[in-house]
Design a protein around this ligand. Sequence first.
Ligand code: SF4
Length: 491
Amino acid sequence: MAKESVDYSKYFTAPNLKKARKRYREDVQVLDFEQIPEDMRNIGNGQSYLIKTYGCQMNEHDTETIAGILNQMGYTATEDENEADVILFNTCAIRENAEDKVFGELGRLKPLKLEKPDLILGVCGCMSQEEAVVNRILHKYPHVDLIFGTHNIHRVPYLLKEALFSKEMVVEVWSKEGDVVENMPKARSNKLKAWVNIMYGCDKFCTYCIVPYTRGKERSRLPHDVLGEVRELARLGYREVTLLGQNVNAYGKDFKDMDYRFAHLMDDIRKIDIPRVRFTTSHPRDFDDHLIDVLAKGGNLVEHIHLPVQSGNSRVLKRMARKYTRDEYLTLVDKIKKAMPHAVLTTDIIVGFPGETDEEFEDTLSLVREVEFDSAFTFIYSPREGTPSAKWEDNIPHEVKKERLHRLNELQDSISRRKNEQLRGQVVEVLVEGESKKNREVLSGRTRSNKLVNFPGPRDLVGQLVNVRITEPQTWTLKGELVPEERVEAL
Ligand code: SF4
């Protein structure tokens, strides 16, 4: 049933954007996850949980951590919301429609909560870090039992216990910048590919982005903790790791007592016996020559670099506070291509940023033509409450934004198609991930450059690296045939 109406201010430090902007590099502590207390270890025996995850890989990975904690408390996972005793929404704040979906879901589940008063309904993730969201849930969705923020995941056992026994909504959202908590349990959802956080937060404060406020300041995990986790994953037989951070190449900038940056970390991970290492996402501003030199060594460091550009026009980039110009971005791309001729570049682009003129948008198209990205995530600008650009007039009509997006996508699709066509007849290394969703006779996997390949083959190849000749390149995927003995010629 709905929780009683109370004054929640005593339970949490409300997210505060002003404070977030004034943060400085102090007080980051590396903490060890405490064992689940005795009285909470079996609290979930015979009960199940369902976590609905929205947004980026960081959130997916946080869900693995929350699931790991719940498993240690005796809960088991379920896909069926009617069966679940705990339903958590691990939310994304990057776009307003992602938030609307969650509010829609919370409304939809109200009858279930009325029917099953013992059901625990919780909201966590980036939305919980927003003051306006927390207030809206407090006032309009009183059937929610639990809200916790991105810095509070290690507190799940205590929060859940409190929610189980309290008559009030339990809210714990720390506005502080967050610590680094090591050794949290993880229920990894994939047995071949694993995510490894190397750092948290972001200090870039791009003017359109809510992340620096929801995820706190940049703080890096210590090298031996990251390397230890990657070694352990290698020992367990994982074939691929993806190093995660909002801005991975700012890694180590916050270390006060050592000069150890992302390039050093990659160079050390290169020596670990795991076939593939990826990273996401990088910021052009922090992409230094040392990193390019290390990536050019290849080996298990794959040739795929996701390098969000956002716009091809320097004035727009300045208004976005991206901290690089068009020319600087192109110079960086040039350096990468020279050092790594096989590099596959992908990007993110926003169209219709406030004040973007037709000419400025044309600069984005010309940059896309010049760089020739293999693929791009393209978005129409929409303001996020609490960010600087949300205060500016969103003066590009929606029709114009849509038309720009359409032109950009058409251009990018033609480039993607042409790039994939270059692979026709070539043999690529594929990590076989499973059966194709559309046809169980067909296996699917990814190249080192992260392109999806479908090809007929026996199921026992799942988990292996095999050679596949590309026979039918398409715009977003590749079709091929197995070439067991042949040498890999392309990436
Ligand atoms: S670099 Fe910019 S876009 Fe990326 S998370 Fe940080 S503020 Fe957001």
